[in-house]
Design a protein around this ligand. Structure first.
Ligand SMILES: [Zn+2]
Length: 415
């Protein structure tokens, strides 16, 4: 297998960039960019969709959409995570009867971020770059440290010193260089960019390196396969800097571009109350930083989301919604997932359950979503139709995306 990547394209001005060398942001659109504002001129990977469609007919495989030839992948397996119905939780909460869980906390470092790290490290292997730099609140850094260790690349990490201790230990146990930053994630992001400007290295800052979004589409592709080759009605995603959100969106955009599907799932963005820049942006149409992010869900605690523009574009394009949840609601959801689904999720991921319940309460998502096909008036099980045929709902139509393992930050648990 080889990569069907053709070129990179600016999501703002559509300028195209070759794949021969390392590109981060569009040089035109990022000219007036300064750290401390959402990224401008983020690049997206564009593929030979016709060739992918042909190969997909022979054998449907998410790797067909990989931006790096899989032969450069690190040896440690990433992805292929569990997708299942939490039946006891569904019995306790009938409004959740059609919920499925995609548990990406089961990746090698316990985090969804391994998907981006896998692709960026593969890119570094292909390009022969020895050092990879990353700013992170903890998960992206511990993920990069883990995946880089498997191929002998040196990870250089900039993380707020307030990051959960378990994540800081995880970074160091994989022999990464840890630079603790006396400040926020946004300060760490800037420090990593400064380092990149003065060293021969690759920058894995999330959203900045185009393969971070493309790596993160992997779970979206798997969801489509695991959901019986049907597009879910809703996917519920924890949102901090918006990169996972953009990644899941990109998965379904790519499937659509290849003619494999004919619609997008609706996306529900779940943010912590104090870290709600993307929700505010979606509500008002005007970007402003989160006022003062302070939440137990450290993975989604962001003042200036790097991919605010792309995330809001995804919300609009998928007819999605955005919702805020409190720390108390997150902690309750964390216990509920652990006790009735067997999933110990870190607070940011538990936020998805709290957010889904809120969206149901607000009438955004029907309590019985997925069980009744509103347009056809049949249940999906009875009709036995695929989403292509029915064009509406289907089995397993609400997917909760779990992005990190609870052991990453056990101190956040409120028993
Ligand atoms: Zn541009």
């Amino acid at each position: 297998m080889h990569s069907y990547l053709l070129f990179y394209r600016c999501t703002r001005c559509s300028k195209e960039f070759g794949t021969d060398k390392l590109h981060y942001l569009c040089d035109d659109c990022s000219r007036d960019y300064t750290p401390g504002m959402p990224l401008k001129g983020v690049l997206e990977a564009v593929f030979d969709y016709e060739a992918i469609a042909k190969a997909w007919k022979e054998k449907p495989d998410p790797l067909l959409f990989s931006a790096v030839d899989p032969k450069f992948y690190p040896p440690i397996p990433v992805g292929g995570t569990a997708f299942f119905s939490p039946t006891l939780l569904q019995t306790r909460c009938p409004q959740l009867r059609n919920v499925r869980i995609k548990n990406d906390g089961l990746n090698p470092s316990g985090s969804y971020k391994d998907r981006a790290s896998q692709l960026v490290v593969a890119d570094a292997v292909q390009k022969g770059i020895a050092e990879i730099v990353c700013a992170s609140t903890g998960n992206a850094a511990s993920s990069l440290a883990c995946i880089a260790a498997s191929v002998g690349k040196q990870a250089v990490i900039f993380a707020p010193k307030s990051a959960p201790p378990a994540k800081l230990i995880q970074i160091q146990v994989h022999r990464a260089t840890l630079n603790k930053v006396d400040g926020t994630y946004d300060d760490a992001f800037k420090a990593a960019l400064d380092y990149t400007a003065t060293h021969e290295c690759m920058c894995r800052n999330t959203g900045y390196h185009p393969l971070t979004v493309d790596g993160k589409k992997g779970a979206g592709l798997e969801i489509y396969l695991q959901n019986g080759f049907t597009v879910p009605e809703w996917i519920v995603i924890p949102v901090g800097d918006g990169v996972i959100f953009a990644g899941i969106y990109k998965a379904f955009v790519d499937l659509q571009r290849a003619g494999i599907t004919d619609r997008l799932p609706r996306l529900l963005a779940v943010q912590a109350e104090s870290s709600d820049a993307i929700t505010k942006y979606w509500e008002s149409g005007v970007y402003a930083d989160a006022f003062k992010p302070s939440t137990i869900a450290d993975s989604i605690s962001v003042k200036t989301p790097a991919l605010a523009h792309w995330a809001v574009m995804a919300l609009i394009d998928t007819d999605g919604k955005a919702v805020r949840v409190s720390d108390t609601e997150i902690q309750q959801a964390q216990l509920e997932l652990a006790r009735y689904a067997g999933v110990f999720a870190e607070p940011s991921s538990a936020a998805t359950l709290a957010g889904l319940k809120k969206a149901i309460e607000m009438g955004w998502i029907p309590a019985s979503a997925g069980t009744t096909n509103k347009e056809a008036g049949t249940t999906d099980k009875e009709s036995g139709t695929t989403d292509k045929e029915a064009g509406t709902t289907n089995a397993g139509s609400i997917v909760l995306l779990i992005t990190g393992h609870g052991l990453k930050d056990p101190s956040a648990v409120k028993l």
